[in-house]
Design a protein around this ligand. Structure first.
Ligand code: G6P
Length: 481
């Protein structure tokens, strides 16, 4: 039978190592959180990096056994590969470039060589596990070369690829010294999927201009086959969020978690008090300093809201060995300190700041309690947090402020849209979100819920798979003629 092999740099679960034991924890980020429910419900195998480097053969065996329970297979990276492939080419070259941070982008031959070697290593792990005609679904920017390596070594495989981050304009991609290799690597797939029409359009224009291939509508014509391009905006496991939010809402106060009780206490008996929420990995693409500045602007312009509203800002540590992330952490720490120092009182913290990850149940509690979600990335492939927040608003009482630079803004047209670089505009959006009538909020939430419920993560994955299947049929048909 035709099996599905999923592959991404990071597995949906990571291994944490303490002195005595190994434990499995859920991985952060849209790819892992979005795709894991699909993986759980399908008979797929997921190949990727578990986030640790084993020090002995015995430990490698223990990690492999733990991952097997989750239908995952590890690709182990050496310390040197983590520096050059992961921190280096993936996160100091491709990540900034694809998010339009040209000034952060590093060009380094050693990074590139390591990137190629690790992509080869992933392809070999897939090949070792793939039976004839199996389907392989490759994910994201860390593995752009895998499709073509697989195509050359195992032409029987059916290869799909999905990019979870933006594909930038040709004007950005053209500056990369390895631009042709990257695009050729991706073209090894039968079907390439993107979150938005713009990303697909940028990719097609780069293919034409850099490699000169003919393009007919969404087909790229190579010498002996076609590659299909299509748009699949990733969804969330809607029913899971809705169900848990209903449970949270109906829980008696004394059974709630400590954090939830603290929020309740903050709101108790003060009907005008409000909570604004933001959740992201601590990443410079997420616009965290800009968001804090907008909140400060808001407190200055609307002093009546002081002591009435707090920004709960959850930032999840990410890529902590990359310099830009360390600098950002310092900048955010200072800004939060400044705002709390300037406006805070004995009874009120304007910004309640967490730098850690939180268990899933706490996230749902935060989503349910928040009056406003303030999600202001400078660039974001999709932003599934926006969809999770909307799905959790089972009482329909929530406003969403969303950056127009997030892929999700294409589907969430009823959100209050901002250009995150425009600080006064974002401050006004906060005011608008806080003063909207219940009726306005409800109307917007209901419209967004309807849309994201219909196109959830299961629909997203099954549409991709159906499109891949029909692509293969067209290829076979073409060769038969
Ligand atoms: C984004 C990327 C994912 C990545 C995640 C977390 O969502 O698209 O590929 O896994 O960030 O980043 P990390 O570097 O910790 O895997």
């Amino acid at each position: 039978m035709n099996r599905l092999i999923i592959t991404s740099n990071r597995l949906p679960v990571s291994i944490e190592k303490s002195e005595k034991s190994l434990t499995l924890t859920p991985s952060a980020g849209g790819l892992a959180t979005g795709l894991k429910s699909y993986h759980k419900e399908n008979d797929s195998v997921w190949i990727g990096w578990p986030g640790v480097t084993p020090t002995t053969k015995k430990e490698a065996g223990e990690i492999t056994a733990l991952l097997e329970q989750e239908q995952c297979l590890p690709v182990f990276l050496s310390e040197e590969q983590i520096v050059n492939y992961y921190d280096g080419f993936s996160n100091a070259t491709l990540w900034p470039l694809f998010h339009y941070f040209g000034e952060f982008t590093e060009f380094n031959e050693t990074y590139w060589e390591s990137y190629y070697q690790v992509n080869l290593q992933f392809a070999e792990a897939i090949i070792a596990n793939a039976k004839e005609n199996d389907t392989v679904w490759v994910h994201d920017y860390q593995l752009l070369l895998v499709p073509n390596i697989l195509r050359e070594k195992r032409p029987d495989l059916r290869i799909g690829f999905f990019l979870h981050i933006p594909f930038p304009s040709y004007e950005l991609i053209r500056i990369l010294p390895w631009r042709e290799e990257i695009i050729e690597g991706m073209l090894g797939a039968d079907l390439l999927g993107f979150h938005t029409y713009d990303y697909a359009r940028h990719f097609i224009s780069s293919v034409k201009r850099l490699l000169g291939h003919d393009v007919e509508f969404n087909q790229i014509k190579l010498e002996n086959r076609q590659v299909y391009i299509d748009v699949f905006p990733m969804g969330i496991d809607y029913n899971k969020f809705e169900k848990l939010a209903l449970e949270v809402q109906s829980k008696p106060i004394q059974e709630r978690s400590k954090e939830h009780q603290d929020i309740d206490r903050f709101l108790m008996g003060k009907p005008d008090r409000k909570i604004i929420l933001s959740i992201d990995r601590l990443d410079y693409t997420k616009g965290i300093p800009e968001r804090l500045k907008a909140f400060r602007h808001f407190l200055n312009k609307y002093p009546g809201y002081r002591e009435q509203v707090s920004l709960i800002m959850l930032t999840v540590p990410s890529r902590t060995d990359v310099e830009q992330y360390q600098n950002l952490k310092n900048e955010v720490d200072i800004l939060v300190g400044n705002i709390n120092g300037e406006f805070g009182t004995l009874n009120w913290n304007p910004v309640i700041y967490f730098y850690r990850s939180m268990p899933f149940e706490n996230l749902i509690e935060l989503y349910s309690s928040a009056d406003v979600a303030l999600l202001t990335p400078l660039r974001d492939g999709m932003n599934l947090v926006a969809k999770e927040y909307i799905a959790s608003k089972v009482n329909h009482k929530g406003a969403l402020i969303l950056s127009e630079m997030a892929g999700a803004s294409r589907e969430l047209g009823e959100a209050i849209s901002v250009n995150p670089n425009n600080i006064p505009q974002t401050a006004e959006a906060i005011y608008k979100a806080l003063t909207q009538s219940d009726k306005e909020r409800e109307k917007a939430v209901l419209a967004m819920q309807k849309r994201i419920k219909r196109y959830d993560v299961h629909k997203w994955a099954s549409e991709f798979m159906t499109a891949l299947k029909s692509t293969i049929e067209k290829q076979l048909d073409h060769h038969a003629r």
